[in-house]
Design a protein around this ligand. Structure first.
Ligand code: NCD
Length: 310
């Protein structure tokens, strides 16, 4: 972890990821207690600064902070002075002046959390920036695979084959997951039409397939992505029905996945588009486990950044 921030997966590297996954185990245990709360961050204040819509990420961070006994503040752009023309810099300097320890930032533009980390002294955690990165999503995805498939050790994902399917081009989740999964040793195949892949994959440690049917029999994890229609400027697929017919995890395709395979999705899901309505509830689906693990993983991140007596 670069100093006291978590801005992307690259800066964590293999060792940083494994350390946080191990730390998450103890917070899963806390989350299962009758009173799921520890005093680790008493007196610390964690702010969520969300310039973009979110349900699970914001609630997950706020729950994590509360379970560590931190105070929380929520900033929503819709009801703030940003609407009156205040710049991001003035907004964060104002928030900092109230005395805070960490800021979870989500913004529609890549690089904003990084920029904010240069302006203020608090720890900055990237809660998703543009198409760039979503490091805590990658950590909770790794944690879910590790616990469900019982993968531990030095290179826990050695020999695992993970397909990430769908709108890779606009997905910060895909970028962070590729980095994290491959750092732990997995083989990753991106499955998407050419229009939904980044213009260049040079340097990406991945394989590419253009039909989900080509990889179904061979994968341990089917990681389905939402079609990010709000981030697309033009129609990149002929129609959603056409997309589903080639890339959707329909019941017929789910039947061809191995019995031990995991079905994953970062949410929010479009049931019936990228994932069949009933497939999301299949016994191999770990989609709600991803959400539950997200709280423990974010507790680990907050504890690691703020809990060591700084
Ligand atoms: C994702 C996001 O916002 O990047 N959701 C999430 O954080 N769980 C994916 C998405 O929006 O499709």
């Amino acid at each position: 972890m670069t100093r006291q921030h978590l801005l992307d997966v690259d800066s964590l590297g293999h060792d940083g990821i494994v350390e946080l996954l191990e730390l998450s185990d103890s917070f899963v245990e806390v989350s299962q207690r009758a009173v799921p709360k520890v005093p680790a961050l008493t007196g610390k204040t964690v702010v969520s600064l969300f310039f973009e819509d979110s349900t699970r990420t914001r609630l997950s961070f706020e729950t994590a902070a509360k379970r560590l006994s931190a105070d929380t503040m929520t900033f929503s752009v819709g009801t703030s002075s940003v609407k009156k023309g205040e710049s991001i810099r003035d907004t964060v300097l104002t928030i900092e002046a109230m005395g805070i320890d960490a800021v979870v930032v989500r913004h529609g533009s890549a690089g904003v959390p990084h920029q904010i980390s240069r302006w203020i002294d608090a720890s900055i955690i990237n809660g998703g920036d543009g198409w760039h990165a979503h490091p805590t999503q990658a950590l909770l995805d790794c944690y879910t695979i590790r616990t469900r498939l019982d993968r531990r050790g030095e290179r826990p994902f050695d020999g695992l084959h993970i397909a990430i399917v769908g709108d890779i081009k606009h997905s910060r989740v895909a970028r962070s997951d590729v980095l994290a999964f491959t750092a732990l040793g997995a083989r990753v195949t991106l499955v998407a039409p050419g229009t939904l892949l980044p213009p260049s994959l040079a340097g990406w440690p991945v394989e590419v397939a253009h039909r989900l049917d080509d990889v179904l029999g061979d994968i341990d994890v089917a990681y389905m992505l939402r079609m990010q229609l709000e981030r697309q400027e033009q129609a990149l697929v002929p129609s959603l029905r056409e997309y589903t017919s080639v890339f959707g995890l329909t019941p017929a395709r789910a039947a061809r996945l191995s019995k031990e395979a995991l079905i994953m999705h970062p949410g929010p899901m479009n049931r019936g588009v990228e994932i069949g309505a009933e497939v999301a509830d299949d016994e191999r689906s770990v989609i709600t486990a991803q959400v539950a693990n997200g709280v423990a993983v974010r507790m680990a991140v907050l504890f690691r950044l703020l809990g060591s007596g700084k």
